[in-house]
Write a protein that binds this ligand. Structure first.
Ligand code: GLA
Length: 362
């Protein structure tokens, strides 16, 4: 009888859908901005169609106590005011950096407005994080759509991008698709800052991280990859075994100095949907496992948070208050022929998956 019941339960389990609840958040450019809360018995996630931001992820600790494990703001105004942290947003059309904002496709040269020390960062001055996306509720989640016109931030081609956030038990699945009507470059990622002890609980320096990467892409003084795929062995970039984020962050290392900590793209081992990273907070017991189809992940330790950006309750987000694991194609790929290509052509469809799975370890 017991076995029979278990079998029935397992059969109906995939059919259990997460609930989706929509509330109005405000207006931007005459368009409605809403907050979508997606809840399973284990996790509750809220996202908004302004910049496709993840606003909160409520996850239980080892005692079942929930906390919001991503940095963010309480209201739409907070997201509109903050133009430098990209907290929780989907960055595009080209997430991360393009050297001098300049690249060529098929001999045609394009110039994206430079917004970061002479380089284009996260799609230029008005990236996808600033746009109102349209939204459709789907089973266990929400699908956001953005049509970026030909010439948007000087990128060629009309790009139709979809981001689907769905929740299955304790995993958030993010699925990106995109098509274009002219050859263009695309790199889409989510820019959430995680703090597994809960936002505003101090720094993440004691939280442990494992990265499934034998190599990373060293950077120059303006954080553009040099083109080298350097081995991590024997350096503070070796996270193949788990290490506390802060253990080697002050090490005498030229690469750490250039970025003021970690702000580097790691070259993920393997292909297809596979393990990218695991993070663990020994205090709360919360863990995060990241899997992705992307070739790289930008591990950013929140070095540029300097207390000047406040959360909704007026508390400052200080240096190292959260870490980002931005699954992505490598920075400046449009200018590095050796890197996996970010060119999307009209006959192709971009399809990319990243899963953030939350758990507890005692
Ligand atoms: C990315 C970049 C960082 C920084 C943040 C936003 O992670 O790699 O250098 O610009 O975005 O502050």
């Amino acid at each position: 009888m017991k076995t029979f019941l278990m079998t029935v339960l397992l059969m109906i389990a995939p059919a259990i859908q997460a609930a989706v609840h929509k509330t109005h958040w405000g207006m931007v450019d005459g368009k409605s901005v809403d907050l979508y809360t997606i809840s399973s018995p284990v996790l509750s996630i809220s996202v908004t169609n302004f910049g496709a931001h993840i606003v909160s992820i409520e996850a239980p600790d080892k005692n079942g106590v929930r906390a919001d494990v991503v940095l963010g703001f309480k209201d739409l105004n907070g997201y509109q005011k903050d133009t430098k942290t990209y907290m929780g947003s989907v960055v595009g059309r080209y997430g991360n950096r393009i050297a001098k904002g300049t690249f060529a496709i098929d001999g045609n040269v394009y110039h994206v407005p430079a917004n970061d020390h002479g380089q284009a960062l996260h799609g230029g001055t008005i990236g996808f994080d600033r746009k109102v996306w349209s939204a459709t509720v789907i089973p266990s989640g929400v699908e956001l759509t953005l049509i970026s016109p030909d010439g948007d931030m000087s990128f060629p081609g009309t790009l139709t991008a979809h981001v689907r956030y769905t929740l299955e038990s304790s995993s958030l699945r993010i699925e990106y698709t995109a098509t274009t009507d002219k050859p263009t470059v695309v790199n889409l990622t989510n820019h959430s800052y995680f703090n597994l002890a809960g936002k505003n609980s101090g720094t993440v320096l004691d939280q442990q991280l494992m990265l499934n990467a034998d190599r990373y892409t060293p950077i120059d003084a303006v954080l553009i990859p040099t083109g080298e795929l350097a081995l991590v062995g024997g350096t503070p970039f070796d996270f193949r075994q788990s290490h506390p984020i802060g253990e080697r962050i002050q090490a005498r290392d030229e690469q750490l100095k250039l970025a003021g900590g970690y702000d580097h793209n790691f070259v993920l081992n393997g292909e297809g949907l596979r393990l990218a990273a695991k993070a663990f907070d020994p205090r709360s017991g919360r863990s995060l496992t990241v899997t992705t189809t992307e070739p790289g992940v930008q591990f950013y330790s929140g070095n540029f948070l300097d207390g000047s950006v406040l959360d909704g309750d007026g508390r400052p987000y200080e240096e190292y208050a959260g870490f980002c694991l931005e699954t992505q194609h490598f920075p400046d790929s449009p200018n590095e022929a050796k890197f996996p290509t970010t060119i999307l052509r009209p006959e192709q469809k971009l399809h990319s998956i990243t899963i953030f799975a939350f758990g507890v370890q005692k």
